[in-house]
Structures are given as C-alpha cells and as structure tokens.
Design a binder for this molecule. Sequence first.
Ligand SMILES: *Cc1c(COP(=O)(O)O)cnc(C)c1O
Length: 444
Amino acid sequence: MYLHGTSQINSDGRLEIGGCDTAELAAKFGTPLYVFDEALIRRRCKEFVEAFRATGMRYQVAYASKAFCVMAMCRIAEEEGMSLDVVSDGELYTALRAGFPPERIHFHGNNKTLEELEMAIDAKIGCVVVDNFTELYMLNETAKEKGVKVKILFRVTPGVEAHTHEFISTGQTDTKFGFDIGNGSAFRAIREAKELEHVEILGVHSHIGSQIFEVDGFRLAADRVAEFAQNVRLELDVTFSVINLGGGFGIRYTEEDSPLPLAKYVQAITDSIKSNFTKHDYPLPEIWIEPGRSIVGDAGTTLYTIGSSKDIPGVRKYVAVDGGMTDNPRPALYDAKYEAFLANRANDPNEETVSIAGKCCETGDMLIRDLELPKTAPGDILAVACTGAYNYSMASNYNRLRRPAVVFVHDGEADLVVRRETFEDVAGKDVIPERMQKQPVAKS
Ligand SMILES: *Cc1c(COP(=O)(O)O)cnc(C)c1O
C-alpha cells in the first residue's frame, strides 16, 4: 500500500489524511467525498517555486487550474506565489471571484469567444495565449475598441509530442492547438502581430503533453523554441521576453509510474533555455511553466461507500461503490489506472481480487479492475488514491447523480471547500414549458 503525503494508517487501523480519520470524514460529509491533503498541495507548489529560485532565473509557475479549479485552490495558488492558467470564462470567473490577482492570470484555449476576450481584457489579466489567427485579429480589434494594449504569448507546436516514457519528434503536428513552427505558421503569426497596435508580444508557449516521466521531450521543445526565437529575432527584429514550456509533469498513480522529482524537470528546462539562449547572445527570457496534475494529483483521495457486489464464479467479482464515472471519468475515458484500499480496515490482509464498479448505467463504468482487497461488506469505505487532478474538474451529473463534496484536510481539521450538490442543483435549472404544465385535475 503506497501512502501519499500526510496519509497514514492510524492506531484504529484506519486511513488518516492531514490528521483526519477518513472513516469519520465519510460519516460527517457523506460519500463519495473528495479529500485533499492541503500540506501536499502546498509542498508541490513549493517544490516548483524553490527549484526556480535556486536557478536565479526569472520565472512564473502557473498552476493549470483546469486540473482542479475551485476558489479555495485559487487561494492556495496565490498564497504559494503561483500564477494561474485558465481556459474558459468559467475558470476566469472562479479565479477572479476568489480574489486571484488578475495580472498573474494567463488565458489559454483554442476557441476563445469574443465575450471571453472582453472579460479577460476588462479584468486586466496578465496575458492571453493566442492560439490562432482568428483570435489574434479578434483580440486586437477588441483591445482597440477598449483603447488598451494586451500582452500576448503565441501557442506554438514545436513538433515534439511527449508521452509517458517516450517522446516523438514529428515534422508537422496534427493537433487542434496552436501555430506550427515547422510549416511557417508560427513565424507568420509573429510577423502579422508585429503590425498590430493593440497587442504586445511577450513570447511563445509550448505544451508537449501530459503525464511525462522524462526530461528529453522538454529539452527538445526548448531547443526548437530557442531556434525559433533566434530566427524571429534575426528576421523580424522581435525579441521574446518570455518562454513558456507548459505542463505535463508526471505523477505516481500506481507502481507502474516512476515520476522524477519536480526539481529535475525545472532543472532540465532552465538549463536548456540558458544554454540555447546564451549560445546566441540572446537576452535570457523569463521562463514560465504550467503544472496542473503534478500540483494536485497525488493530494486527492476519493472516499466511497461500498454497496452491492456480484460474484461470477471463475470470471470476476464486482464490488460496487456509490460513485463512479461521474466523479472520476478517467478510467472510462483514458483507461487510467488507480490504486485503492479499505480506509476503515486498512490493516486487514487482502483476501480476494475484485473489480470496482461505479453505479452508473454504463457497462464501462468501472473504476479499477483486479484490485486486491480484504473481504468487503456493504458500508466499508474504499479510498481511491491520487484523484486530485481531472476528477472533480471533469465530474458530471450523468444519471443525475449529485456531484460530491470536496474537503481540504490539514493538521487534524477538515474544511469544506465545495458542498455536495443538492437535488435542487440537479433539477432546479430545468424549465417545463407552459404548455406541458400539469393541469389541475378538475373536481367532479
Ligand atoms: C492541460 C495543460 C497544462 C497542464 O497539464 P498537466 O499535465 O496537468 O500538468 C498546462 N498547459 C496547458 C496549455 C495545458 O493544456
């Protein structure tokens, strides 16, 4: 059993996170319940920030809020000195409502609407990461109408695709995101933007993938981006002050995953940028990165109550929990793997192999296949580890399930940061057209 952060087994044989007994949390807040180890989130933020500080370079570490975007998390990001990435008006609204400093917010996305750009400009956010020509001209027009100049980065595709253990160098990247360096579209974007009066070019951004365990992909992306920067400087007389190398730093979901210490990624990125830019006598740019999963992923644990089970002799035993693909769509979407154990009887020896099913009407609603567990009974609490990233943020109301509550635990205290949805949340937005209203039954 692998225990993340402050997780430990207490003297009652129960899983404890942040000094809180998870069986008590389940009783108090109900299940499914997302429990976040606040100390571990803060530790991950500090690992990035301190690794950059040690290099002496100028930097921004922007938390990619899409991984887990709630107001309390925006507060932590600010307190830890991070910047923040948003990719929609909803995420921007969340950050602003939490009081996050707008000048440290970066707006991403491949299809920002006019309303979103207006909202971003009105809020005076730090920069817009421009993805395509449509956006570039719409942004310039909107900024012109508002009489302002907007700082921009260009999202470029450097022709590097990184997967967990390998990276692929591709000539032309087949992706919906960004301007391709290889086919000249990135160069053209900068040439055209240079002529626009209401955008200020800070530099370029690249994001090569997710759940990456090696530094080679980042090194190659840094090489390509540096070469591009040098071309742009020589031919267009535009000097980048910011190079953003995105996120994608891998974490440990199961024993098959072997992540690097976060500082290693920072080291590799800063070293590559430093050597590439000094080689060309290029003024050292500020380096930005955008970790999402590696900030919150391993800090999250989901607690479920075990209900029914179905044993098919010689085939498989299903054990069902009170959530599933609604609170964690990743196994169904990506075939993602998770580890889990009994939170209320964590010291009991494993006795059988079971598969954890969700409660949705979908055969594919399976959370974990072939998990070793003690014999379970209805009412036992199952803890699924490493559910902090892309779980709550991807949760749905499929089958009209209510989205779970989220608590932050620390030093023996549990703070509710998202309340569990109510039936009103589920059906209260529905409207029955007048003509379908039930007529009062006439009394005879
Ligand atoms: C999703 C995303 C990130 C964060 O990725 P992680 O794998 O969660 O670190 C960062 N930058 C961009 C542009 C992204 O789309």
